[in-house]
Write a protein that binds this ligand. Structure first.
Ligand SMILES: NC(=O)c1ccc[n+]([C@@H]2O[C@H](COP(=O)([O-])OP(=O)(O)OC[C@H]3O[C@@H](n4cnc5c(N)ncnc54)[C@H](O)[C@@H]3O)[C@@H](O)[C@H]2O)c1
Ligand SMILES: [Zn+2]
Ligand SMILES: [Zn+2]
Length: 348
């Protein structure tokens, strides 16, 4: 088969590799029908994730058709169409029993396109297939469901639910990439009074407006602290979310929150940030962090089929799977191309 293979920082090749084979009786081999690229894949290619080694097939989000299953796979059958989640779950360890699949101790967690070969390929081996895939619901397109492999559960769980967004809240989201935009989309489920999006790129702020932000702030031009102070009578936001992954934006998120409010960090950080306890100790704030667990995926699927959640706006560019090198180029130059998410399909 062909696959997108990582060959060290800055180096990736769409090349011929051996087809994956069943390694455990709980595995499935799945033909990839639709796949996307994540900001995390770009981090890997920069060399920010050293646990990804030379020769690894990248990708942790896909829709596929089951080709083959191990003898212990009970629910997933050959021919089934499924969502392949970014998080794999053994289903049996302490964390999986608590729904914290991201922390799986039994060989799951974020492994696809990280510790084992991933989904940016014609075929992928998915371990613990029964507890790591979700059946495709009727009437939902591959593109809509693809957004549930990673970005929507991430923003919902790590941003909106950890941040405890409630009706009437003022919510500030720093970073309006796919994750920030998904945080806007899923915050709206809780009827906040105002959603403020902060970014440096006007193209991303335009997208934020389209996704439902009430106020957008280009932090290179205006001071988001002032905007939030104006909106809240000087108090600060009920919930702030960090969706960039750098110290400056984390510190900004902690400065804009009101006493008693919540700061939800979603960004993946590669450098230490300063926690200003000299200001924060007296403010009763709650700061949360997290890797997505994907426990919310069944709920999010019901919200899509029920018409309460719209994930159709994320995909801005479409490619055939064989054109994945072009897709990486477009996705990697998002500020120029306006790319949010790209969709690669088998038949295109
Ligand atoms: N916690 C998790 O489980 C999890 C899962 C997936 C992704 N992530 C992380 O979420 C973060 C966002 O992901 P994404 O795909 O949306 O990334 P992205 O790079 O597409 O978006 C980041 C946005 O931040 C903006 N930005 C950069 N510097 C800024 C600054 N100083 N002030 C304001 N805005 C600034 C950029 O213009 C961009 O629009 C990344 O760190 C990613 O690794 C976390
Ligand atoms: Zn991802
Ligand atoms: Zn587990």
């Amino acid at each position: 088969m062909r696959a997108l293979v990582y060959h060290g920082p800055g180096n990736k090749v769409w090349e011929e590799v051996p087809d994956p084979v069943l390694q455990a009786d709980t595995d499935a081999i799945i033909r990839v029908d639709a796949v996307t690229i994540c900001g995390t894949d770009l981090h890997i290619l920069k060399g920010d994730v050293p646990t990804v080694t030379d020769g690894r097939v990248l990708g942790h989000e896909a829709i596929g058709t089951v080709q083959e299953v191990g003898t212990a796979v009970k629910n997933v059958k050959v021919g089934d169409r499924v969502l392949i989640s970014c998080i794999t779950a053994c289903g049996a360890c302490r964390y999986c029993r608590e729904g914290s699949y991201g922390q799986c101790l039994g060989g799951g967690g974020w492994i696809l396109g990280h510790r084992i070969d991933g989904t940016q390929a014609e075929l992928v081996r998915v371990p613990f297939a029964d507890t790591s895939t979700h059946p495709m619901p009727a009437g939902v397109s591959d593109e809509e469901m693809l957004m549930l492999a990673d970005i929507v559960p991430t923003s919902y769980e790590v941003g909106v639910l950890n941040g405890t967004v409630r009706p009437g809240d003022v919510v500030v989201i720093v970073g309006a990439g796919p994750i920030g935009l998904a945080a806007i989309t899923t915050s709206r489920l809780f009827s906040p009074s105002h959603i403020v999006a902060v970014d440096l790129a006007d193209s991303r702020l335009d997208a934020a407006k389209l996704f439902g932000a009430d106020v957008v702030v280009n932090s290179g031009v205006s001071d988001p602290m002032e905007v939030v102070a104006d909106l809240t009578g000087g108090l600060g936001a009920d919930v702030t979310m960090e969706a960039v992954g750098i110290p400056a934006t984390f510190e900004l998120a902690t400065r804009m929150v009101r006493p008693g409010g919540h700061v939800a960090n979603i960004g993946v950080h590669g450098a230490p940030a300063t926690l200003h306890l000299e200001d924060l100790w007296i403010k009763n704030v709650t700061i949360t962090t997290g890797l997505v667990d994907t426990y919310s995926t069944p709920t999010l699927i019901r919200l899509i089929t029920g018409g309460q959640l719209d994930t159709t706006r994320f995909v801005t560019h479409r490619f055939g799977l064989g054109d994945i090198m072009d897709a990486y180029d477009v996705f990697g130059r998002a500020a120029d191309t306006g790319a949010l998410k790209v969709a690669l399909t088998r038949s295109a």
